[in-house]
Design a protein around this ligand. Sequence first.
Ligand SMILES: Cc1cc2nc3c(=O)[nH]c(=O)nc-3n(C[C@H](O)[C@H](O)[C@H](O)COP(=O)(O)OP(=O)(O)OC[C@H]3O[C@@H](n4cnc5c(N)ncnc54)[C@H](O)[C@@H]3O)c2cc1C
Length: 411
Amino acid sequence: MYRRDTLPATNIHLMKSIRLHEISGSPPSTAIVIGSGIVGAATAYYLGKRGVAVHLLEATAPAAEASGAADGAVSVASKRPGTMMTAALRGVALYRDLARDGLLADLYKTRSTFIIAASQAECELLEKHREALLDAGVKAVALSRQALQKRFQVLSPNALMGVEVHDEGHAIGYEIVHRLVKASGAFVHRDTPVREFVEAGGRVAGVVTPKGVMTADAMVIAAGGGSANLLNLDNVLIPRKGQLLVTERAPALNRAMPGAIMSGRYLLSKGSQKGTGALPSRGLGLVIDPLRTGQFLIGGTREDFGDRQTNDIDAVRRILLAAVDLVPGLADVRLLRSFAGVRTAVIDGLPLIGRLPGRENAYVATGFEGDGICLGPLTGKTIAQMICGETPEFDLSDFDPARFMAGKVAA
Ligand SMILES: Cc1cc2nc3c(=O)[nH]c(=O)nc-3n(C[C@H](O)[C@H](O)[C@H](O)COP(=O)(O)OP(=O)(O)OC[C@H]3O[C@@H](n4cnc5c(N)ncnc54)[C@H](O)[C@@H]3O)c2cc1C
């Protein structure tokens, strides 16, 4: 998807500013961010704060894809031990800062996550996962069956033990996107899909859209699943469907839940901990989140097949049965709607974040699977720091896109 081309004469002044940025190492004057999901929106926000004029190019509308169809757990609880857990800790801390500073004050809900085991195998899994959380510095308290019943009175006796992971949170993806886009001051170009890149002097100098060629000093590809086509990464980025449900408001039951529920099986379905036996082709990891509105968000499936835009009765039935099994009171709460979205996963389970190999001024941030709401603001901040010549505030080496792209993008 690269086009080697000479740029139109009208863009010459922008090319001059590219060279100025190159020489001085100062923040660029202009940037193009491709994709207005949470990652693109956060990148635009942090670049805007640094005085960069940002053009946000979006194929359809902000939050049209995964960021608008997510659960919204801002959570360390489910992360795979290692780099992802460390990154999630930073991601949750950043949400807390953004809420404290006012930008997300009304959109971010702090609460605990209760990981619940309903079988002996899940109890063992949970104990192992708790140790990993403790090693990472997370406050994760084991609760016996009795302690759990006392702390979480609306749980069914099927819950054998639990781990309360403190200081987690929840955010609705599309609300965060719209807040960040508005605060960024970026020029938002809706219905503007990027088709290919224009190279000049070994840099990505511009993008081709149906509305014409646009140029800027720096480029960020944050196009979620659309990044696969743009970067020839079809064999690296995998679509993974998820189905979710939203209930009507049930304030009394909502208030009686001291946090969100995550089933032990969720860790398996997500690959956060290895279980015994092969994963089912349609994984179901139960999450029940009591929302700020008094509703419940209940999910969800992980499916590597099927129509990615629709719900089916089998999935909805299984999610509801599993939810009522753990919180019997939900049987009296009506289902309001179901929806589905597509997570973009990387084949090795780690996102791609960093500079494009062989390209001085172009960056990619995609492949967050089920963690992009949590990691989106942190990623946007980090990419902005890289672009502006600052030291990124966390180590990105495990996420380096070069692991799949070496030789692919280089001239
Ligand atoms: C069912 C479900 C549940 C989830 N639950 C959670 C959760 O609890 N916690 C969590 O942290 N994460 C969760 N996620 C994951 C999270 O939603 C994603 O990781 C995150 O939204 C990815 O953000 P993004 O900006 O990378 O991609 P997207 O939100 O997909 O945004 C990419 C944007 O790029 C645009 N685009 C694509 N191609 C082009 C192009 N060529 N030109 C211009 N624009 C283009 C698209 O239209 C889209 O708007 C869930 C996801 C799903 C589907």
